[in-house]
Design a protein around this ligand. Structure first.
Ligand code: SAM
Length: 299
């Protein structure tokens, strides 16, 4: 193995989800940088790896990055792992990966399990873009404020929104989603994916708290939540464009001719071309203080 950094995905619940290449990489690495060495030691033992272990958790990432660079500079190969799933996805590791790139080392992913992808693949929600937020802030006020921001961004991009949640906060978060999205928005909740008590529930956001409350043991578990995109409105029922759509359109109009800006905004939002074009003309008009819109444009 050459001196390079391998970013190795590990199971999120089912040991046999460890890929043969991940096992081989852990066996052949000189050093394994692990979020929690006690957790990863079990895995290394399982695959028969003799690698030296170093700690790389969220509180020592700078020092861990220096240690990893030291090993790479000495010609050793390093495998980066987190406790479960893919490193650097709502897990530590990103700073180490960036440092390795910046120091000129090759970084090689060894892909595998990740809760976000596991749920999206099995949720059957709308295809296309998704906005992965990971964990919302812990404090309810901050959580609700952030939820406003990310759900508006997801709506403006006609994207699904994907969240991670911990057992002690799931009830509060599902209440917040019910309040924000009501009965109209479909959500999919993946609980304990790949584990014995795996469940995938789909239903309106308003019914998610009741689903959680049906069984007290349900709150114990790991959760990933996907909120479906808002349904694109038909041209004849479209109301006035939301302020975030106007903001996005105004930004596009700063850089592009009207027709191109409208086309991109239509791709991002799923809104009707006619409505977006009218908004674009209104925005151009107000920006130019009444002058003719976009004079050098052919459309
Ligand atoms: N890096 C991991 C990944 O690639 O999915 C995520 C790590 S993050 C610290 C842990 C969170 O991921 C959990 O709180 C939960 O929201 C989600 N998660 C991890 N394993 C899960 C599972 N088996 N089922 C559902 N969600 C899971």
């Amino acid at each position: 193995m050459t001196s390079r950094l391998y970013v190795v995905a590990t199971p999120i619940g089912q040991l046999s989800d460890l890929s043969p290449r991940a096992a081989e990489t852990l066996r052949r690495a000189d050093v394994v940088a692990a979020e929690d060495t006690r957790v990863s030691r079990v895995l290394l033992r399982h695959v028969g790896s003799q690698a030296r272990m170093i700690a790389a958790h969220e509180h020592n990432q700078r020092a861990a990055a220096d240690a990893v660079l030291g090993h790479l500079q000495a010609g050793r190969s390093v495998a980066l792992v987190s406790d479960a799933g893919t490193p650097a996805i709502s897990d530590p590791g990103n700073l180490i990966v960036a440092a390795a790139h910046e120091a000129g080392f090759v970084v090689e992913p060894v892909p595998g399990p990740s809760a976000v992808i596991a749920l999206l693949s099995a949720a059957g929600l709308s295809e296309g873009a998704f906005l992965f937020e990971g964990f919302l802030p812990a404090r309810p006020r901050n959580r609700d404020a952030r939820l406003e921001v990310v759900s508006a961004a997801a709506d403006a991009a006609a994207a699904l929104l994907v969240l991670y949640e911990a057992p002690h906060r799931i009830a509060g978060t599902l209440d917040a989603l019910a309040a924000r999205f009501g009965a109209e928005r479909l959500v999919a909740i993946g609980r304990e994916l790949t584990k014995t008590f795996e469940e995938i529930w789909r239903g309106p956001a308003s019914e998610a708290p009741a689903w959680l409350g049906e069984k007290p043991e349900r709150s114990r578990g790991e959760f990933v939540i996907a909120i479906d995109r808002c349904a694109p409105k038909a041209a004849d029922e479209a109301g006035p464009a939301a302020p975030e759509v106007d903001r996005m359109l105004a930004r596009l109009l700063d850089e592009l001719p009207t027709s191109r800006a409208v086309k991109l905004a239509q791709e991002f939002t799923g809104l009707a071309h006619r409505e977006l074009y009218a908004r674009a003309l209104a925005l151009r008009g107000s920006a130019a203080d009444g002058s003719a819109p976009d004079p050098d444009e052919a459309d």
